[in-house]
Design a protein around this ligand. Structure first.
Ligand SMILES: [Zn+2]
Length: 170
């Protein structure tokens, strides 16, 4: 067991947003690149293979952490990818056993299947960071359509429909 199992992705995302806005009201849509940079994580657009949405790496123990995002992919998909990679980063830095060690995570066709716990954590973190449960629920209850919510939170309609289904708000 390690500490990342005790920190839920939802709580990790909420903590991240609270720290980013420093007590000021949360403003939407969230800019995941700005959030990453506020944590000292570099974000670069890169011509990655089409099957790879992005990756995050810290190659040296005392080096910086870099997120690469596929520059060929749609902007909304890039936003979700950066948020996903930030989920990996958050899990790692909150785990004393891994906080200082080098690591690499790649997001490709395999990881979107959500088959391992690391990927599930990163996907749930990304969903909560970009489409916070409380705000989506509040908007939905007063009648916002999936399309208007997708626009408000700057995510794809597919991503918002998936989020609404997971929150039982579809
Ligand atoms: Zn991943």
């Amino acid at each position: 067991m390690n500490a990342s199992h005790t920190l839920t992705p939802r709580q990790a995302a909420r903590d991240t947003l609270r720290a980013y806005f420093g007590g000021a009201p949360t403003r939407y849509p969230i800019d995941p690149v700005a959030v990453a940079r506020s944590l000292g994580v570099n974000v670069y657009q890169s011509p990655l293979p089409n099957s790879t949405s992005g990756m995050i790496a810290r190659t040296h123990v005392d080096g910086g952490t870099d997120i690469l995002v596929n520059t060929e992919h749609a902007p909304k998909r890039q936003r979700f990818t950066v948020a996903h990679e930030l989920g990996h980063y958050t899990a790692i830095v909150n785990d004393p056993a891994r906080a200082e060690a080098p690591f690499v995570h790649k997001r490709d066709s395999l990881s979107s299947c959500g088959t391992n716990s690391e990927e599930i954590f990163a996907n749930q973190f990304a969903a909560e960071l970009l489409m916070p449960e409380d705000e989506v629920t509040r908007a939905r209850r007063v009648g916002a359509s999936a399309l208007s919510l997708a626009s408000q939170f700057d995510v794809s309609l597919d991503a918002m429909n998936f989020r609404l289904a997971n929150l039982r708000l579809a």
